[in-house]
Design a protein around this ligand. Structure first.
Ligand SMILES: [Zn+2]
Ligand SMILES: [Zn+2]
Length: 240
């Protein structure tokens, strides 16, 4: 018996979500897979939210992305933020389940395939340093690092800083969310040269109103980014 096989006997692969035994590493069991709202089929080209109907290859936008001017080019999401999609995001964020980052990045890469371009620079949405200090890690940066590695793209985890602590966006109206985040982000001077002229893939764990992606995109564009595309693990749907 080889070492790998021996380890499989001692530590059989488990479902990422419920720890039931599964056939291979980095997977979900059949029950959790069914409970996880992966986004397949037609999705909004700017935020990744699933849209009804549609043909393969069709480019469509959701009502929100038509109503609100998005400063970024295109966007995708791997999951809808509900059921097991929500549980996985919260486990990564609060539960110290850092092992989720790698498989989650794999799902995100699959969703991002239509918007990926060679030479993109992968950049995470930053936490304020105070929150980073309390939580010890930035879940968006865990995802962006695994994603850049998986896609063979450059990664710049400190391309953006959160200049002030913007607090919790939960319970705020859409208008309040956008107002709260205006000018909250910047590219530090020492990172300007890395951003200038680059196509950026901006990564976050969750997209709700899009206020965070809008504010971070604006900071990157001000620093001279050629284009910004966005990618999140889970997209909050209005009724979900
Ligand atoms: Zn499971
Ligand atoms: Zn949209």
């Amino acid at each position: 018996m080889g070492l790998q096989a021996a380890l499989q006997v001692i530590y059989p692969p488990q479902c990422l979500s419920c720890a039931a035994p599964v056939a291979s590493d980095f997977g979900l069991c059949a029950d959790c897979w069914r409970e996880t709202p992966f986004i397949a089929g037609l999705a909004c080209d700017q935020c990744g939210i699933p849209l009804p109907g549609g043909e393969a290859g069709e480019i469509a936008q959701c009502d929100d992305c038509i109503a609100i001017a998005r400063p970024w080019d295109r966007g995708r999401a791997a999951l809808v933020y509900r059921d097991n999609g929500r549980r996985l995001v919260l486990a990564l964020k609060h539960g110290d389940r850092m092992d989720l980052a790698r498989p989650a990045a794999g799902w995100m890469l699959k969703a991002a395939r239509p918007i990926l371009r060679p030479g993109m620079l992968v950049v995470p949405v930053p936490l304020h340093w105070l929150r980073l200090f309390r939580r010890r890690f930035n879940q968006a940066a865990l995802l962006s690092r695994a994603l850049a590695r998986g896609a063979g793209l450059d990664h710049c985890p400190d391309a953006l800083i959160r200049q002030r602590n913007t607090g919790n966006q939960d319970g705020k109206t859409r208008e309040a969310r956008f107002a709260n985040l205006a000018d909250a982000f910047a590219v530090p001077r020492r990172r300007m040269a890395r951003i200038e002229g680059r196509d950026i893939l901006l990564v976050d764990d969750v997209m709700t109103s899009g206020a965070t992606f809008a504010a971070t995109t604006e900071a990157l564009v001000s620093a001279g980014a050629r284009s910004v595309n966005v990618l999140c693990l889970a997209r909050v749907a209005k009724d979900g």
